[in-house]
Write a protein that binds this ligand. Structure first.
Ligand code: GDP
Ligand code: ZN
Length: 339
């Protein structure tokens, strides 16, 4: 425990590090191959917890540790400035601006803070890419779900890589046409198998030296894939997730794991809870890159819902074979899903 105040700290002890793991109210900060189990300064917490100014905010109470589970100002992946107490612990005093983030709305947090709008819970920050794991077989791929994942990544301005796993189980099913749709949009697609090891080197190459977030429902083969990439890693990641499976505790433990060959991975369980945080999205076609050029070209301009309106440029592009019918169907489904 640090007994000093923020002002009395000597500059020598101030360092920067990355938060690679967090549990309730504790942040594991890595700096120069050292790990400091850190907490946040009260000053920083007050600055960050409720960024929305309101008149009562001056007298609001300091967050209690139990509340941090819901609205935590620090995310895994954050670059933080901290004060080294010299005993293995640290005090986080500043969070560096994030290049990006993945958030989910915290309704519980909003209720406790008596806000009508959900508060933003940032889960991870400073990510390089989303890696979507989707089985090629057993169970059959869910293209709708893939499109929702891709749209979520687009909303977060993050590149996505599609990993089709379990290709050893494909029995004559031809996915060439479906996969070609994604190639055309410039999404990388890697077809791989954790059992045969086919194209695992491609998966490694895609992960190397990047911070990746892994998405995929349970059973798709994430653990097996991670184990095939680096023996034992899948099991370590799975343990963290088991800890996470109780819904409202889902954010209390998030962890970033390193690859021996460079780069790291964060598995974010409860992915279906992600909602698009970007309020600016009025037309989901913005989240489907191949549809973007047609936005504004419809007869009804940006007001077009791309459903029944005459002169819809997107529907015309579907009819002309420039946009796949299935991706168009996904677009229509997104209104309901993200709505
Ligand atoms: P997770 O829930 O996403 O972590 O999925 P798991 O890695 O636990 O895999 C779910 C099931 O699919 C297990 O029975 C695995 O043995 C199986 N599985 C995973 N990857 C492959 C693969 O590439 N080929 C085959 N044949 N089975 C796989
Ligand atoms: Zn239209």
């Amino acid at each position: 425990m640090i007994q000093t105040t923020d002002n009395a700290l000597s500059v020598d002890h101030v360092q920067q590090g990355i938060v690679y793991k967090k549990t309730l109210g504790k942040y594991y900060v890595r700096a120069n191959d050292r790990v400091l189990i850190s907490s946040i300064s009260n000053k920083l917490r007050k600055q960050l917890v409720y960024p929305i100014a309101d008149p009562s905010s001056l007298r609001r109470r300091v967050m209690e540790v139990k509340d941090i589970d819901e609205v935590d100002p620090v995310a895994v992946g954050d670059v933080v400035t901290f004060v080294d107490a010299g005993d293995g612990s640290g005090l986080i005093t500043e969070i560096q601006p994030r290049k990006n983030k993945l958030s989910r709305p915290s309704l519980d947090g909003a209720r406790r803070m008596k806000k009508s709008q959900p508060l933003e819970q940032v889960l991870v920050a400073n990510i390089d890419q989303i890696v979507i794991v989707m089985p090629a077989a057993n169970p059959a791929p869910s293209w709708d779900l893939l499109d929702r994942y891709l749209a979520t990544a687009e909303a977060a301005h993050l590149p996505a890589v599609i990993c089709l796993t379990k290709i050893d189980l494909m029995t004559g099913d031809d996915l060439t046409q479906e996969i070609e749709v994604y190639h055309q949009i410039d999404y990388p697609v890697i077809m791989t198998s954790a059992v045969t090891g086919e194209n695992i080197d491609q998966v490694k190459a895609a992960l190397k030296d990047r911070v990746s977030v892994l998405w995929g429902k349970s059973g798709v083969g994430k653990t097996s894939l991670l184990n095939a990439i680096q023996p034992g890693l899948g099991l370590r990641v799975k343990e963290v997730n088991a800890h996470n499976s109780e819904g409202r505790h889902a954010t209390s433990h998030v962890e970033m794991f390193d690859f021996e060959f460079g780069g790291s991975v964060i598995d974010t369980p409860g992915q279906r809870k992600f909602k698009l945080w970007d309020d600016d999205i009025t037309d989901f076609a913005q989240l489907l890159p191949e549809m973007r050029p047609f936005i504004g070209q419809c007869k009804f301009g940006v007001g077009c819902s791309h459903t029944r309106e005459p002169g819809c440029a997107i529907k015309a592009a579907v009819a002309a074979g420039k946009i796949s019918q299935r991706r168009y169907d996904s677009l229509l489904g997104m209104k309901e899903y993200f709505g």
